[in-house]
Ligand binder design. Sequence first.
Ligand SMILES: [Zn+2]
Length: 264
Amino acid sequence: MPTPASVLLSLALATFKPSPVPGGVAVVAIPSARATYHGERVLVRAHGKGWEAVVGVPLGARPGPDSLDADGQAVPFTVLPKHYPEQRVQVANPRLVNPNAEDEARIAREAALTGPAWTAWPEGLTPTLAFSQPTPGALTASFGMRRIFNGEPRAPHSGLDIKALAGQVVWAPAAGVVVLTGSFFFSGNAVYLAHGEGVVSLFAHLSKVLVQKGQILKAGEPLGEVGMTGRATGPHLHWSLSLNNARVDPRLFLAAEGRRPTRR
Ligand SMILES: [Zn+2]
């Protein structure tokens, strides 16, 4: 499949929709060019004559007063409440709900790899905050849902699922560097793409991975094919988007929600 010269040219001016809720993004004016949020370095960009932090708010954040640390100075902001509905999922393999000891060891080994991938801060990469949809298909509203697997509560859904056909190409929704690929217990075949300054995408449940660690991708370059590897009940793309190690709703960053990007 030919690689488009640029998927995002016409969309580059679009901005994302700030939403300071758990699983959303807070934009906070700060007095310095560097800030951290609960110990994680956050994306800071120039704004007027000063700076603003673009902060991912974790799904587990408590609504109410919160703060950033801007070079030692606390900058307060408020996390607003958001209710996410419940989703009940039935999976055939009970080990995907209650992993055995061997599975737990594997999950721990994988966490040692995915931890650094989620916090990757590659030198010289400035992230765009306008993303294209990484594969055509209907977007589900499932980000943030409190999930019950086979009747047992588990972690909330930390990504966006896109209904798609197995084998359909998945492309980079924005430029980035591949920081991790592999076959993971829950995510199946997966690609971690760092867009710069702590902005990281995960593409999960792929049938095929088409890229290697260290590879630099332009927006629109193929990185894998849709599948149902790992904990998936049917073929779909799971896309997680993370800022400062907090998974946020990728729909906030889609320049044209639900629309297939123009490919040439
Ligand atoms: Zn998913």
